[in-house]
Ligand binder design. Structure first.
Ligand SMILES: Nc1ncnc2c1ncn2[C@@H]1O[C@H](COP(=O)(O)OP(=O)(O)OP(=O)(O)O)[C@@H](O)[C@H]1O
Ligand SMILES: [Mg+2]
Length: 219
């Protein structure tokens, strides 16, 4: 479970401070599929980066699966992030000139998985997203939808309890976007908590709950 209490985040802008998240109280239960919506600049990615242990905050509390997350323990956070969280981003964030197999394996390589386990696990993840037959291609040889499926395979290879997706359909046509959401919904049905930032109404309406954010505050 994700629980934020009175969480505040400021960005430094020159000598000024910009109040990016304002007293955010938020609970997301295990197994939920939640959309985060709001205008550009509202604070959606900021919120997701904090939930995803990528960014820090200034005041308030964050509990993840019953563990109080400390603001400043980078190494521990990186480990927790690699174990628990899979990220899916609008621009896929793949290593374009590397193979599909390499890209999907990356979290295992970084997580110090035994060599002999890497390939079977990678193939299993690729099978789940229907890309096993594309494994030898380079990422830059895939279509947009295939790239996003590869990013999802990479996100799920460590069997994370949480998937965070920031505009996962933003770069895709609507039909391909629906396929991507169906894939995320399938992960959710298998027990993974899924949080999706989206501008797309079809996407937010396919989630169990919609969280709205405006000017850094939940509404
Ligand atoms: N590194 C930064 N330094 C200063 N201000 C920042 C920084 N990152 C984000 N901001 C500001 O914080 C606010 C929230 O940004 P954020 O990226 O969370 O918005 P968003 O809701 O994800 O928008 P979009 O839909 O355009 O992606 C914006 O006003 C943005 O300009
Ligand atoms: Mg954003």
């Amino acid at each position: 479970m994700i629980e934020l209490r009175k969480l505040n985040k400021y960005y430094k802008v020159g000598k000024q401070k910009f109040h990016a998240l304002k007293d955010v109280d938020l609970k997301i239960e295990d197994g939920e599929m939640v959309a985060i919506v709001g205008k550009s600049g509202a604070g959606k990615s900021t919120l997701m980066n904090i939930i995803g242990l990528v960014d820090t905050w200034d005041s308030g509390e964050y509990m993840l699966d019953g563990v109080q997350i400390r603001k400043n323990s980078d190494l521990k956070l990186a480990k927790l992030r690699n174990e628990k969280i899979g990220f899916v981003l609008q621009d896929f964030a793949l290593i374009e000139d590397q193979s599909v197999l390499f890209n999907v394996s990356l979290p295992l390589i970084l997580g110090k998985e035994k060599m002999k386990n890497i390939k079977p696990k990678a193939l299993h993840a690729l099978e789940k997203v229907g890309l096993a037959d594309q494994r030898s291609k380079k990422a830059n040889q895939l279509s947009g939808g295939q790239k996003q499926r590869l990013a999802i395979a990479r996100a799920i290879i460590n069997e994370p309890s949480l998937i965070l997706a920031d505009e996962p359909t933003g770069a895709l046509d609507s039909k391909t976007g629906i396929e991507i959401i169906e894939l995320l919904a399938k992960q959710n049905a298998a027990g993974t908590t899924v949080v999706i930032i989206t501008h797309d109404k079809t996407v937010s309406e396919s989630c169990g709950r919609i969280i709205r954010i405006a000017d850094g505050a939940l509404v």
